[in-house]
Design a protein around this ligand. Structure first.
Ligand SMILES: *Cc1c(COP(=O)(O)O)cnc(C)c1O
Length: 236
């Protein structure tokens, strides 16, 4: 939230479509600065808490990848929107309980929050059963915050090895949510370092306040909610 690179100085656009356009421009600018191809950065528009009526204009503006943090909310909202836009992709960015693994595999095209063996085992079982293979990211608790999900940085290599060896899961990359009051860049750098030494290409990092810094550190997926949809009515 306190990072430089937030769009706080930019004029607040009136509509979500205009804010989406501004975010796309900022992503392109950050990529130019980083010497990266904007096609390497997937914008995940985080639509959690927003009803279908608020998502429709963002779909109409061409956005196709969305993030939700609750399995039930996504299952309630997305079937109708998907029927109208079959090329939509919905990513789970919130914590997953193993008893929701089947619904998660049915519902999502990517899951960013794999963080313990029980979840890895449940996902492997349901993926085999359902014949669906969502893209998987392992969440790393880069700030070692007790209340936060994710494997600890020092446990990441061993957990990734278990995902591959014990559960035959193909992991696409890593995800982190830096502590709210911290400078985010060192957390992004740590995530990139763990990914590099494990041969992982995907880096899900960067939110509304810090996605430009994340892109400079190699983010392949930025998860942006309020900068597109506006402020959420309640924290989620
Ligand atoms: C809500 C959320 C986001 C989006 O946050 P904004 O600050 O609104 O961009 C990104 N990632 C996760 C895991 C979230 O829960």
């Amino acid at each position: 939230m306190t990072d430089p690179g937030s769009d706080a100085h930019a004029p607040l656009a009136a509509t979500s479509a205009a804010r989406l356009e501004a975010v796309r421009r900022q992503i392109a600018d950050a990529c130019r600065l980083a010497g990266r191809d904007p096609a390497q950065v997937c914008l995940v528009a985080v639509s959690k808490t927003f009803p279908a009526g608020d998502i429709a204009p963002v779909l109409a503006a061409g956005q196709r990848v969305f993030g939700e943090n609750r399995v039930q909310e996504a299952r309630a909202k997305w079937p109708q929107l998907r029927a109208d836009h079959p090329d939509v992709r919905v990513h789970l960015i919130g914590p997953l309980q193993s008893n929701k693994a089947r619904e998660a595999v049915e519902t999502f095209d990517a899951i960013h929050t794999v963080d313990r063996p029980k979840i890895a085992a449940a996902l492997a079982e349901e993926m085999a059963r359902l014949g669906r293979r969502p893209q998987l990211f392992v969440q790393v608790n880069t700030g070692a915050e007790p209340q936060k999900a994710g494997v600890l940085p020092e446990a990441a290599d061993a957990f990734l090895a278990r995902c591959r060896d014990d559960f035959a899961l193909e992991i696409s990359g890593l995800m982190c949510i830096p502590p709210v009051d911290a400078v985010a860049a060192p957390h992004f750098a740590l995530l990139a370092e763990i990914a590099a030494r494990n041969g992982l290409a995907g880096l899900s990092m960067g939110m509304s306040a810090d996605f430009e810094a994340a892109i400079l550190q190699g983010a392949t997926h930025v998860r942006i909610g309020s900068a597109i949809f506006g402020h959420r009515p309640s924290p989620a």
